[in-house]
Ligand binder design. Structure first.
Ligand SMILES: NC(=O)c1ccc[n+]([C@@H]2O[C@H](COP(=O)([O-])OP(=O)(O)OC[C@H]3O[C@@H](n4cnc5c(N)ncnc54)[C@H](O)[C@@H]3O)[C@@H](O)[C@H]2O)c1
Length: 259
């Protein structure tokens, strides 16, 4: 007879505190709802106050405890100050989901250095600052936490024209994921990445810039992913079932890479 500890076959996150950046809308809002459904208390970190309040109100109305912290993740002083205040108020997070990001398109030859820097300031530096502050708090509290960084399939395969700066910034997030996983394993903290394919969200629909498909790419064999599909992968990586998974990247692309 095979005996084993089946308690790790769990996706429950009861009693855990989860910080979700960009939780005000799109994929981040879906991740917030999914983690809350699994039992976590949610902190929505977003620069858009009304979007963040919308998610928090939605969660609280459904009986899930949640609160919002309004900040720009690219601003080091704000991240440091607000995360210190959060930890003093409610304790260190068990889970960080680095989801907030910019996804404006601009053809490579038209991109100026300021646009390049802003993309990297939010997508790459912002993810680093949140990871650094939340990890420090986890370590100080003795929490073997979970970090999930939302990257993009665009780091593995170009999808449409105009995403060079974006893909570069997300490539940095993937490198950050692996190196952070390497250093933080000593503290029992796992760091993984989810790479979504195209998902119809408010940000994706409103993204400025040319929507030039470039040379023909076939679509995703399984159809179009929805925010909930990305959220499901995140819940898995944050759950007890994924306790020994770190430095990995999980594509949720409806099979795009097969095409
Ligand atoms: N939608 C897609 O097709 C797709 C594909 C691959 C990866 N992604 C990634 O998934 C993540 C979420 O994408 P989405 O489509 O839901 O985006 P979205 O634009 O719909 O939502 C992003 C949220 O992040 C917040 N935000 C943006 N910049 C911020 C900052 N500097 N500080 C704090 N909050 C900030 C916004 O206010 C918003 O609430 C992003 O990192 C994006 O790059 C999206």
């Amino acid at each position: 007879m095979i005996t084993m500890d089946t308690s790790i076959f769990s996706f429950r996150l009861d009693g855990q505190l989860a910080v979700v950046t960009g939780g005000g809308m799109g994929i981040g809002a879906a991740i917030s709802v999914a983690l809350a459904s699994a039992g976590a208390r949610i902190v929505v970190v977003d620069r858009d106050e009304s979007a963040a309040s919308g998610t928090v109100e939605n969660l609280c109305t459904s009986g899930h405890p949640a609160e919002a912290v309004i900040l720009d993740i690219s601003d080091e002083a704000s991240v440091t100050h607000e995360m210190e205040r959060l930890v003093a108020r409610v304790g260190a997070p068990n889970i960080l989901i680095n989801n907030a990001g910019l996804q404006h398109r601009k053809l490579l030859l038209d991109t100026n250095a300021q646009e390049w820097d802003r993309m990297h300031a939010v997508n790459t530096r912002g993810a680093f600052l949140m990871l650094r502050e939340c990890s420090k708090a986890m370590i100080a509290a003795g929490i073997q936490g979970r970090v999930v960084n939302i990257c993009s399939l665009g780091i593995l395969h170009p999808m449409i024209w105009g995403l060079a700066a974006y893909a570069s910034s997300k490539g940095g997030v993937m490198a950050l994921t692996r190196n952070a996983a390497f250093e933080l394993a000593a503290h029992g903290i796992t760091v993984n990445a989810v790479l979504p394919g195209g998902v119809a969200t408010p940000g994706a629909m409103a993204a400025t810039g040319p929507a030039v498909a470039g040379p023909a790419l076939r679509g995703s064999p399984l159809g179009q992913c929805e925010p909930v599909d990305i959220a499901a992968a995140v819940v898995f990586l944050a759950s007890p079932a994924a306790r020994f998974i770190t430095a990995q990247s999980l594509c949720v692309d409806a099979g795009f890479l097969l095409s």
